[in-house]
Write a new protein. Structure first.
Length: 528
């Protein structure tokens, strides 16, 4: 009879699958409510702008922005774009819009989303208010309301201005809708005024103001100024997408994917995936790198249409070059495996490294795995250095909540590769990975309890963790349980039928020792 006691010295490092994980946006700290000094500077900026002293206005608005007043960041950006010509005016404005958006100013976010739609260039300078009047469907009386509103706003009578803009908006003076919404949402912020802002932006969006739509959609999604309405937000983003708004296309696809998760309907899923794929592809072609990352995944996995490896590689490359770590990881896997592109270990290593540098945990795990594979072909001194780098990559992967990275980090400490052998250091990441249903980690943990490695010997845990390893797809765990049943060992009651069942499962999973033990048992039974 073949004796068997499992070890893990020959275990391979696990490889993370291709995934797309949205990254959180960067943020600039802003105050919940502007300080008195910021408000004073903002008022001074308004006064200077009214007097056509644009350099002074910009300076005051920037100072208020620096003090944490998001709406002032937007006003400063507007002044730079519309009144202060220069090669770097747009660059300065974009930075100001980004700061305002990070602080929650929706107009800044809209300006970032489509600056060409948000401003009129200096070279084509016109009277913006007069232009808005010309293209408006509003009556002369309504246009006069808008003019009165602008006068009130410039004189600092903001509540009166907002109410007049709202009346003009109701009279189909579309630019007044965004003006009313901005005042209600920012300078006159309150729960009641948020509802008025949402209503104003909704009217503006209905009559074709894309900037109003850009502000309305996140309000609908977040439940700002009313109830959260995922489907309404998706429709607004879809409308933006039809007008070639890249961010609108990406958000439309993302919200449809969220609806799939909520509805849990196969029919809805099958009907919606092609729409998501088309929306992400369009968003990518229009320049949204998040859409490129998702479009690459859809093309790679065949979601919403056939697998298209050329598209997968192209879109993933665009997203990776745009700083999206998940796309770097996905492209690295394609290059490593020669899937749709020529296999190139050096290039895949570079892509995994870039993804890891961008804090994509799965890329860190794949980088560590590749380094470990390459280290086996190196001389001792280079092997040790390379395995140390692999351990660092696994540590970053585990810190980033990658379960396979934790399993691999624990294995490094368990085997003493890339770090000194240390059962105490191996235990936390291996336990974390096992708790996350990584079968190989549960198996390693089982062996540690059986051999008293970093923990007291515990046969109950040895049995429980071996069963968990089997349940989570690790064949050696099934072999452990099978042999305990066959031999009646380690506190397990002898049960030949159950033992053979577990061995068959392990053998089917590719564990040769289980196949040999099963064959031996069956032949032994024939001879009796």
């Amino acid at each position: 009879m073949i004796s068997y006691f499992a070890t893990i010295a020959g275990l391979l490092m696990a490889v993370a699958p291709a995934v797309s994980t949205p990254l959180p946006p960067q943020s600039v700290p802003m105050q919940a409510s502007p300080s008195p000094e910021a408000k004073k500077l903002f008022a001074q900026g308004q006064k200077a702008q009214k007097e056509n002293k644009y350099n002074k206005a910009a300076a005051k608005f920037v100072q208020a922005c620096d003090l944490g007043y998001p709406a002032s960041c937007f006003r400063a950006g507007q002044v730079y774009v519309n009144h202060l010509a220069g090669n770097d005016a747009n660059v300065i404005a974009d930075d100001l819009f980004e700061r305002g958006c990070s602080g929650g100013d929706q107009e800044s976010c809209a300006a970032l989303a489509a600056p060409s739609a948000a401003v009129i260039s200096k070279n084509e300078q016109q009277d913006i208010d007069a232009l808005a009047d010309k293209i408006s469907m509003a009556s002369d009386n309504t246009k006069k309301l808008a003019a009165d509103a602008r006068a009130k706003r410039d004189s600092g009578e903001l509540k009166a201005a907002a109410d007049l803009f709202a009346r003009a908006c109701s009279g189909l003076h579309t630019p007044s809708c965004a003006a009313a919404g901005s005042l209600y949402l920012n300078e006159l912020a309150s729960p009641e005024n948020e509802a008025l802002a949402r209503s104003s932006y909704g009217t503006g969006c209905t009559f074709g103001d894309l900037n109003a739509c850009r502000i309305l959609a996140p309000m609908q999604y977040q439940g700002k100024g009313g109830k959260a309405d995922l489907e309404a937000a998706a429709k607004t983003y879809a409308y933006l997408c039809t007008f070639k708004d890249a961010d609108g296309c990406e958000r439309y696809g993302a919200l449809l994917a969220e609806q799939i998760r909520e509805k849990r309907s196969e029919a809805f899923r099958d009907a919606t995936l092609p729409i998501i794929r088309a929306s992400m592809t369009k968003g990518c072609q229009l320049g949204n790198v998040i859409a490129c990352s998702d479009a690459g995944v859809y093309a790679l996995e065949g979601f919403g249409g056939p697998v298209n490896l050329d598209d997968a590689a192209r879109y993933s490359r665009l997203a990776c070059d745009g700083g999206k770590g998940p796309a770097c990881n996905n492209l690295g896997i394609m290059v490593r495996d020669g899937k749709g592109v020529e296999a190139n270990a050096t290039m895949s290593k570079g892509l995994f490294q870039k993804g890891c540098d961008l804090d994509e945990a799965a890329a860190c795990n794949n980088l560590g795995t590749l380094l470990m594979e390459q280290s086996e072909q190196m001389t001792k001194s280079f092997r040790e250095v390379t395995q140390t780098l692999a351990t660092k990559a696994f540590q970053k992967a585990c810190d980033g909540a990658d379960d396979l990275g934790c399993a691999n980090l624990g294995t490094q400490y368990y085997l003493g590769k890339g770090a000194a052998r240390d059962f105490a250091k191996a235990l936390p990441p291996i336990t974390k990975a096992c708790d996350s249903k990584v079968g190989r980690a549960c198996y390693t943990l089982a062996v540690m309890h059986r051999q008293a490695q970093g923990v007291p010997e515990n046969l109950s845990e040895w049995r429980r963790l071996s069963a968990a390893a089997c349940k989570y797809g690790f064949a050696q765990g099934c072999a452990n349980i099978g042999i305990m049943y066959l031999d009646g060992s380690d506190g397990m009651e002898r049960d030949r039928a159950l033992g053979l069942t577990y061995l068959r499962h392990s053998c089917a999973g590719g564990f040769d020792l289980a196949c040999r033990r099963m064959t031996s048992e069956l032949e032994s039974a024939k001879g009796q």
